[in-house]
Design a protein around this ligand. Sequence first.
Ligand code: PEP
Ligand code: MG
Length: 576
Amino acid sequence: MTTRTEDHAPTAGTVLTGAGVGRRVAVGPVVQVRPAPVVPGDAPVVRDGRPVPADEVPDAVTAAFADVAAALREQAGRATGTVAEVLGATAMMADDPSLKDKVLAEVREGEPAVAALDAAVATFAAMFEQAGGYLAERVTDLRSVRDRVVARLTGTPAPGVPELREPSVVVARDLAPADTAALDLERVLALVTEEGGPTGHTAIIAGQNGIPCVVRTTGATALAEGVDVAVDAAHGTVTVDPAADVREAMAARAAAEEALESDTAPGGTADGHRVQLLANIGTAEDAERLVDAPVEGVGLFRTEVLFLGRQHAPTVDEQTTAYARVLRALGPGRKVVVRTLDAGADKPLAFANLHPEENPALGVRGYRLVRSAPQLLADQLTALARAGEETGTQPWVMAPMIATPAESRAFAEAVRGAGLRTAGVMVEVPAAALRAAAVLDEVDFVSLGTNDLAQYTMAADRLRGELVDLLDAWQPAVLELVAATARGGAAKDKPVGVCGESASDPLMALVLTGLGVTSLSMSPSALPAVRFALRRHTLDQCRAMADAALAAADPAAGRAAVADLLDADARAALGV
Ligand code: PEP
Ligand code: MG
């Protein structure tokens, strides 16, 4: 094995490393998504192949923005779930007058259109990057709008992903949502990006589709077109032109993964301790894909997907229809945990987050919106109660970003006042974890959002890819807070679930079970491996693993200590 040192194409056996998303593997030929061609700033604006007169250039600019927005909206209309949502948000960016007006002002001053657009995009990109968080992640979308507008203005081909003629590993600097939507996902064996973070769009879309993915892979864009690579998401590695033994190991891992999918029994340990295995969803379409799936219910329905990218909140009727579709899809026998709107910070909404905040992740987000926009919660609870009546299935309803027992009480009163029976809260703030028993005096259940819990415990922005080591849910400090929450649940004999990303890591699932967590909710594609890991170990073994993880000095030591305690067959099948 060699490590990459030069700048030319990495050679056979070279192992590139990045941050893996999920745990699947794939081997296949590289298809590079090349960046848009460089168009000079003074390139002429053309229409029907002929240069546009100077006095008509502003109109051409306006039309180009409108065409790009319309094309993106149309793509969004054909897509579903998260892809549709992110495409809608990119279309809004193309529609946003602030970018277009800045370009038009320069053009009217005599600046060439492409140069004016480049300058405006550079200004906005710098602003977004400085703001950090959600906005920093939108820079890729902004550049994708720029490339599309330039293509329209100059009559050059629109940038896009290459057509895949065979199953391939798609490699890019980063993928904008519009690129991802244009991909034939059936032929995508794996996604590898040089930039992007583990919670960025590429990672989310890969996770939802069960596609192996490695982000932040240094050197990926230098990979030669067509060279075979072995992508191992569990280890965050990309091996160039892998040797026969690596290919065999990957094939064995892929076969084991398939075998895991044949087990459809409810979740539980080898000695029969039950752990509910649930799915995370964002849309009614996601729920409808679960109709015949071996999942015991939904542990997190992120309702904000219905609200994002809009100028006004959806009406009570519209919400009722969407929630009823979800409840109907899961049927009367399966539990559905609906989270009320989690807007703010990385998910800003035009109608909810009215004032810019210096520290939005610490500001009026999640349940705290009840302070400034109480009608949003009231309408949502009304719609959920109506959907429950219509379908005969009562949803469990929980609030995001709860910090205190008093907030929990107020939320539970609102839920019950709306005629709903089961109220819970998310534990994402260390204060709520430390006071879990008092929180559970007020509500029927809690669910740990380990993504935010890690962010707030470690004081590390979850969208900053370079802080991924701090954001690790294996950080012993984060696990201490999970343990405190589980103790609160045991004391009050009430359910304590986990619906953050950590639930989808089979080793972590064992630790969480050992800590006393009663349900695990994850992307459906992650479920078979978690089910398998649980089935191979007793509750006492899980408890020993939890002790080992808590006693470890750091995340790597915790993982290694738990891996040492794994049953040998499980270690082989999980590729540990
Ligand atoms: C979490 O924070 O872990 C969580 C599940 O909520 P979200 O990722 O939607 O913030
Ligand atoms: Mg959260």
